[in-house]
Structure formats: structure tokens, C-alpha cells
Design a binder for this molecule. Sequence first.
Ligand code: SAM
Length: 284
Amino acid sequence: MTEVKLFGTLFVVATPIGNLEDITLRAVRILGEVALVASEDTRHTRKLLTHLGIGTPLVSYFKGQEASRSEPILKRLLAGDDVALVSDAGTPGISDPGALLVKKARELDIPVVPVPGPSALTAAMSVAGFEETGFHFLGFLPSRANDRRKFLKSHLAEKNLLVFYESPQRIVATLEDCLAILGDRRLVLAREITKLHEECWRGSLAGAVADFKAREKVRGEFVVIVQGGGAVAEPTAADLDALLVWYRDNSGLSLKDATRRIAEDLGLSRSQVYQKALAVWRMQ
Ligand code: SAM
């Protein structure tokens, strides 16, 4: 007896996060075989499909309108059509639209199949060089400073690595908040992964604040990986010097005020920071 296929399958397909060579062979086949591709941004996905020589029709499925956009897609699945869900980059559902469509499909017993591939999260973790395997993924932190600080406070005692996504516009403010709330910890900043200007910055939060604040313009998207609580790194002499130089040259604060701010942020004694600050200010 031949098996009767009632519903279509919802394929959740990962796409490249920069380098188009990162699409998997299976993703290419599925994107070409399905009846419909549900995409976060159809213009963006059309470029990818054209690059791959695929002409599958696209339908828009974007955040904020997930509920209304899900209905016609679910109808197609119920009618027996296979559908691929993609986001702008990486794996749908990971800080991207998709979770609601997947949930509704599952409630209707529609088969949901992952087609794994790139994700900024796993790519960054794979090159971070932390020995810890456990991590706590936070998605995007709240964009408002007060909410972000409260949110970070609520994760102060988290022992596992803290991993989150951040944009170039907010990265410096976020790093400053991390330093102020979490204390100086080791971190990795994975920027522009798989792209021309890929960078994997390693060091301490104090060092990162000093370095990224000193950059004329910060470009590219970030994955931030911060050491968990309980293993707080003492700032190295080099980190503290870099931070002091930055405060001296950019903050407009006096030696005394810069000392107070840094001592508070890093949880160090004022006299300890003051001695270093004196030396840095004298080098001017
Ligand atoms: N679902 C996607 C994934 O699995 O990679 C992530 C989508 S989320 C809307 C976009 C965020 O992922 C960016 O703001 C950035 O933090 C991170 N991201 C995406 N591509 C990246 C890249 N090439 N390098 C570093 N971070 C990236």
C-alpha cells in the first residue's frame, strides 16, 4: 500500500550569515524543491535564490506580523504543499522570526524538519576558545540602558558563559554596562563572522571598552561571549592602563573623577587606581 501524504512539510532552513558558500547542499536542494519559501525579507532572500539559480515563489513572513502571516502558510501546508522557512541570515527562530509558525505547525501535526547550517551563535562559540561548554544564550539585550542594566543584574550570578547578539550602534554602551554591572570579566567579541573584515576580539571587558571606544567607527554585527560569574578576571595591568589612557584622552573627566568611575566600575580600590592614573596622566 502506498503511503498517502496528507500534509506538506515545514522545512526550517539555515542560510549564510555572510559568506554565500556556507549554504549546505541539502538547503539548496530543499529551497529548489518546495512549493513556497517563507522569508523574513523577500528582496533579501530573492538575491540568495537568484545566486543559487532557484526560482521558487517567495512569501513574506516577518516579525511583528507573524500571527497574520502564518495563516496562509499553514493553509498551504495543510493542503499538502512543502514550505521552507528562512530568515535574513542564519537559523530561523534564533532571535529571528519563525517560532510562532513552527509552534502552530506542530499544534496542527504538520511535520517540521530542520535543515541545519550557519548560525552566528554556534559559529562564534566554535572559535571563542573558552573551555566551558555550558552557556546561557540571551538573544538581544534590552535596547534601553536602564532595562539593559537591570537585565544584566539579573544574570550577575550566572555561572555559565553569557552569550548575546549586539549591533554596532549599541556595542560600546553595552560593553560599558557589562563592565559596570558584571565587573571585569574575560570576553570574546565575534564580529563580521565569515565576512571580509571578520574579527575575533579576545580580552577583558575593560580592555574591550577602551579599544572599541577608541575606534573611529564600529562596523558589523557582533556576538558577545562573556565569562560567567564566579570566575571574575582581575583586570590586568595592561587593561587598566588602556582604560586610563582612554579616559584621559576621551572622557573629559578629571584624573580624580576618572579614578572614581573606574574604581567603581571595576570594583577596585580608589588608591590602587589613583596610583596608576597618576602615572598615565604624567605621560601626557
Ligand atoms: N538567526 C540568526 C543566526 O542564527 O545567526 C541571528 C539573527 S539576529 C536577528 C542577527 C544578529 O546575529 C546580529 O545582530 C548579530 O548580533 C548576529 N550576527 C548575524 N550575523 C553575524 C555575523 N556575520 N557576525 C557576527 N554576528 C552576526
